[in-house]
Design a protein around this ligand. Structure first.
Ligand code: FES
Length: 162
């Protein structure tokens, strides 16, 4: 709690109060916190634990089980590479490896400048476009390893001109 600013603390308590009387309050509370702050670190889970009377271990279990919850802040651009079957057979492992190599991060990590997060996804519903990736929800179809260079450079150039 020591790292949490008063405004954020109040917002977390307010979110807990909004849902605490629901039959299963944890998921809506965590979703609202994820949406509001972009991640749910341990000290925030401790506040939720106190507010709704659930053990931190249980909350931590839920946060780490679902990939849409995050313990750490995500980058400005979240690159999701689909490793579902259709994409995998069309070479998506090479695509994610290429992103890792260029950005110097492993899947699940964020670059030090806070720009990019790399994640491995299950099927994103674009199998006809395999191998597919998404960046902040925008789907890129039939991506090849040379495309990865281009995509990363485009985003870097966009940032440089921002
Ligand atoms: S397996 Fe990748 S979009 Fe379906």
């Amino acid at each position: 709690m020591s790292n949490i600013q008063e405004g954020a603390y109040k917002k977390i308590v307010e979110i807990c109060n909004t849902y605490k009387n629901e039959p299963t309050p944890l998921m809506p509370i965590l979703s609202a916190i994820q949406n509001e702050f972009g991640y749910i670190p341990l000290d925030v889970q401790e506040i939720v634990s106190r507010e709704i009377g659930l053990p931190v271990a249980e909350i931590y279990g839920v946060v780490t089980f679902y990939s849409f919850f995050s313990l750490k802040p995500k980058g400005k651009y979240v690159i999701g590479v689909c490793l579902g079957t259709a994409c995998y057979v069309k070479g998506s492992q090479q695509i994610i490896d290429k992103f890792s190599e260029l950005l110097h991060i492993k899947p699940g990590e964020t670059t030090e400048d806070g720009l990019f997060t790399l994640s491995a996804l299950r099927c994103i519903g674009a199998c006809a476009l395999a191998p597919a990736i998404s960046i902040n929800g925008k789907v890129y179809p039939k991506v090849t390893a040379p495309d990865v260079d281009k995509i990363v450079n485009e985003y870097k150039a966009m940032e440089a001109n921002a």
